[in-house]
Design a protein around this ligand. Structure first.
Ligand code: NDP
Ligand code: MG
Length: 332
């Protein structure tokens, strides 16, 4: 197995950002963190945040003078899009494309719109990605603590010949090179990100937890016990895996639990499940999933809204809310 090259602070040079004004579009989860970290790293930043909501209030409280997307793009040498993926195409067509400077840098925190050709930038632009592998509030908090959330960087278009240096410099300015930066492509980042969240992290995990919970409840066991067993403990187990891999988890659990892991794990996650994962991946690679999601947004999200309601009304959610309300340490 070859080891991927990692980039750290010494591999990136903030001088590549000197004299540039970076427009951060959106002041949500990622936007507020990038804008504040860039500013604290000495970069000229202009924040675009529409008025009317909490993020606009927050931007003002944080000392910015938020402007419209069109205005920010006009002022900037570099445009970093931190808007929801499903609105980026429209904002690109209406506000970014008509106003972006020639030879500017266009950057993203996720490859969706480039990978699925929702945004097709002109060839004079550098098109790059700086994708923190963590939620925005952590990107900010870790930076303030002198640490950093690891990032992926990618170059889609290298018009200036300096696109990778620019991406690494940006990653350094938001703290990413403290955690470690890995180079990828828009294709790889997008496809692996979508696959991971659908199969393992969100889709797979939610249904695994719920099926376990329902199996115990339907067999007549107390729902509270089912919740602790099949949901609450997931975090405790994942923390062990996060800290020391499967080895640390297996060391910490009982041998009975470990034996059960070996005999039952493969009974549930059968070759058929993996075969279906390959179908899921194929739908991501072919663009079928992306098209469905974009179509869903165009038609007012009928499936999405129904599914969100169904999940929020599940018994596990009601039981969990009650139990968590008594656990003072997780309230925050
Ligand atoms: P958020 O939903 O937290 O923030 C979105 C921002 O865009 C808000 O400021 C919102 O303003 C603004 N916005 C929404 N719709 C419009 C619109 N139609 N016109 C103008 N502004 C709009 O998004 P995230 O920070 O989560 O995501 C941003 C990008 O970062 C995405 O590409 C995502 O894939 C990527 N990313 C996200 C990660 C995460 O953990 N959240 C991790 C890595 C990458 P308002 O408050 O007014 O709605
Ligand atoms: Mg992801």
């Amino acid at each position: 197995m070859t080891e991927a090259k990692m980039y750290y602070d010494n591999d990136a040079d903030l001088n590549f950002l000197k004299g540039k004004t970076i427009a951060v579009l959106g002041y949500g989860s990622q936007g507020h963190a990038h804008a504040l970290n860039l500013k604290d790293s000495g970069v000229n930043v202009v924040v675009a945040q529409r008025s009317g909501g909490d993020n606009h209030k927050k931007a003002i409280e944080d000392g910015w003078k938020p402007v419209s997307v069109a205005e920010a793009v006009k002022q900037a040498d570099w445009v970093h899009i931190l808007l929801p993926d499903e609105v980026q195409r429209k904002v690109w067509e209406e506000d970014i494309k008509p106003n972006i400077k020639k030879n500017a840098v266009l950057s993203f925190a996720h490859g969706f719109n480039i990978r699925f050709q929702q945004i097709v930038p002109t060839s004079d632009l550098d098109v790059i990605m700086i994708a923190p592998k963590g939620p925005g509030h952590l990107v900010r908090r870790q930076y303030e603590e002198g640490k950093g959330v690891p990032c992926l960087v990618a170059v889609e278009q290298n018009a200036s010949g300096k696109a990778k240096d620019l991406a690494l410099a940006y990653a350094k300015a938001i703290g990413g090179t403290k955690g470690g930066v890995l180079e990828t492509t828009f294709k790889e980042e997008t496809e692996t990100d979508l696959f991971g969240e659908q199969s393992v992290l969100c889709g797979g995990l939610v249904e695994l937890i719920n099926s376990g919970f329902e199996t115990l409840v339907e067999a007549g066991y107390q729902p509270e016990i089912a919740y602790f067993e099949c949901c609450h403990e997931v975090k405790l187990i994942v923390d062990l895996i996060f800290e020391g891999g499967l080895g640390k988890m297996n060391y910490s659990i009982s041998d009975t639990a470990e034996y059960g892991e070996y005999v039952t794990g493969k009974r549930l996650i059968t070759p058929a499940v993996k075969a279906e994962m390959k179908n899921v991946l194929a739908d991501i690679q072919s663009g079928k999933f992306a098209n469905k999601w974009l179509e869903e947004n165009k038609t007012g999200r009928p499936f999405f809204n129904k599914a969100r309601k169904e999940v929020s009304e599940r018994m596990i959610e009601k039981i969990g809310a009650r139990l968590r309300s008594k656990m003072s340490w997780i309230k925050k």
